[in-house]
Design a protein around this ligand. Sequence first.
Ligand code: HEM
Length: 543
Amino acid sequence: MDQVNKLGGYLPVSSLERKDLFPVVSIAAAASIFFASYQFFSSGQNNKQEYKKIPTPGSRYPYVGHMYSLGAVPGSTIRKWHNELGPIFNLKMGIRNWFMVDDPVLAQKIFVTNGAKTSFRAHHVFSVDHYSMGGMGLAFSQPDERWKVSRSAALTVLAPKHIEKYIWTMRQEAKDLVTRFIQSTERKGSVDPSQSLKLFALNVMFKIICGKRFDSTTHPDYKQFQKIVEHNIKNAAWESDTSNFIPIFSVYEYFFGTLADQKNFIKIERDPFFRRIIKDATITEGPNVIKSFVEDEFNLSEDEILVLTCMCSYNFLLLKVLIEYYISTTAADLILAGLDTVSVSLAWNMAVMCHHPDIQKKLAAEIDDFIKVNGHLPDLKEKEKLPYCICVIKESLRFRQTAPLGLAHTTREDIYIDGYMFPKNSSIISSMESMHMRPELYPDPEKFNPERFMGNTKPMQSAANGRLEDRDHYNFGWGRRICPGIAMAEAQLFVALVEIFSRCYVEPTSDGLPDIDNAIHGGLTARPVNYKVKFVQRTDFST
Ligand code: HEM
């Protein structure tokens, strides 16, 4: 661990006793209260100058600001505030400023045109210090050289031409998923699809990245992985880092041992598990991403290897340790970021489709027509021949957003964009729910209407990375930090939907239709309230 500290100094180590720290922490907490109260009472004054005024919703409290006003489903509260206050407003989150934006044109100016100044991530104790070992990997690291190395390695393995190679794995997992759904319905009368969808998404990611899959949710490694995922999701949520917003909470976190618990979990539960999985991946048969990272030295260019070698003072053991850290943090980020997002998106899709038997029939007919002409299920490169399926995927992501607040982008200096002033260390967040429910962008937004996306069968990855005019939804974020897994997500959603609706329909149980008006906010994603449906084998094939 000392070696790692030398590399970046990113693992805080303290040898002070708790009793020695108590007076220091108390003084710091008192100073924080004073500072935050001053900010609270003086807030709004900084808008008086020549900059455009950024409104603030009324319901906030001294010191904590809006932190406890967001409700159980923050996306919906934020949407309500956008309706009242317009395309941008300022939340006071304890001592932090959050700027919420629901206008894609303004978001483009902020995150893309000014991407060099708005692509930082906020410091989050668990995600940065513990989970990503001091900001390594992709999602929580700053846009520095280390992030660039990880990002370019990830983009290489997640490129559409690579993903096509994984179609067999995806299709095999989708087949198992649908068989499980149909058999469970026949056996038990109904199914809660969430666990099987998690197994599907995890098996696809694990097989591709580590060359391993799990036969069932009872496999000990699957259980251990789910434990790690749940721990991460819970602790990576912004509200789990209260002391970042309300510094006085650090006293409580310190004395109640919250941070120590987070750190120990990583050390005792996660790291040994990942080390073993990575080691197994390098010796398992067949190709996988970890193997290619190791064999190609993480796809590092000669220049990058030279820089890293210098960073490690020509100590080749340190260099090896550093590259291993790159590999493990990047692999963990890919699996974790790809798992919950894809399974939650599919869970929303199943719940919504259950409300729309007409749309299911139309989708099934499109798949049947394709099979009739081509004699096989569509490959990824044949996706454009199923435009309605592409529309269903996009409308599903628009209608119920998987990551309603995305990942916040942060500023490192005061910046001025389009007449607005964003102070240093502000978080700027694309309000996904509100943005995708704007009637001028999506007429009759409360209606689930896949046809609204007709006419654009471009892969979502190229649309998201292209001109703003070519984007028809914004679920994967913005600019330099835009999701690198778009092609993988689109491929998984496509393969799963084709497999499901080529074989069955989703029908409600006698208890009624799934609840699609409420969501469970779970860290970075918002999933549907638990529901049960029936997967009924189709008998109306037109082939
Ligand atoms: C429907 C599925 C998905 C959705 C809705 C989604 C959405 C997002 C969003 C909103 C962000 C933040 C972008 C920003 O900061 O502006 C993000 C980042 C990220 N996503 Fe995804 N994602 C999905 C699937 C995936 C998959 C399948 C993978 C991996 C295979 C993945 C890997 C990542 C990573 C590593 C980041 C962090 C990138 C960085 O900070 O540089 N995502 N995603």
